[in-house]
Ligand binder design. Structure first.
Ligand code: 5GP
Length: 140
């Protein structure tokens, strides 16, 4: 497996070099909205440690990320009036990974509504801002 590359887009978000619509942050993890959501409220949960994916992340960091993913899943059902939630995690290109910093997708789902294709439509920044504020308030 290749080494962790500090120039990936999520490393830049962690360093504050590019902005994100933050949902939650603590000392070990960050959660923010996907800019090309597959459904409203699509959130990415990442560790602050430099892990490439499931194959190299420290188990404790993964556990922390998954606990936060569960919290966000529960809250997003209320905030987005969802009927269910889809969690996804891709590792390496062969596994469908595009950005090489470990992330868990938390996607609120409504009955009978299919996911949009990956990376298909960029959401308007004002929509993401409002959704992130609602999720952040529900998590506070
Ligand atoms: P994966 O690596 O699991 O296939 O997916 C990477 C995800 O990152 C995609 O869902 C894509 O929409 C999202 N993404 C790509 N670039 C950015 C970005 O600059 N900001 C945010 N918030 N999400 C991004």
């Amino acid at each position: 497996m290749p080494a962790y590359d500090q120039s990936n887009i999520f490393a830049k978000i962690l360093r504050g070099e590019i902005p994100c619509h933050k949902v939650y942050e603590d000392d070990k993890a960050l959660a923010f909205l996907d800019i090309m959501p597959r459904a409203p409220g699509h959130t990415l949960v990442i560790p602050k440690s430099p892990a490439r994916n499931i194959l190299d992340v420290a188990p404790d960091d993964l556990a922390h990320v998954m606990k936060l993913a569960q919290r966000i899943a529960k809250v997003s059902v209320d905030v987005f009036g969802a009927d269910g939630v889809t969690l996804q995690q891709f590792s390496e290109s062969a596994g469908g990974q595009v950005v090489f910093h470990l992330h868990v997708h938390v996607i609120p789902r409504k009955e009978g509504i299919a996911l949009k294709p990956p990376a298909s439509v960029k959401e308007a920044p004002d929509v993401l801002k409002e959704q992130a504020a609602k999720l952040a308030a529900a998590l506070a």
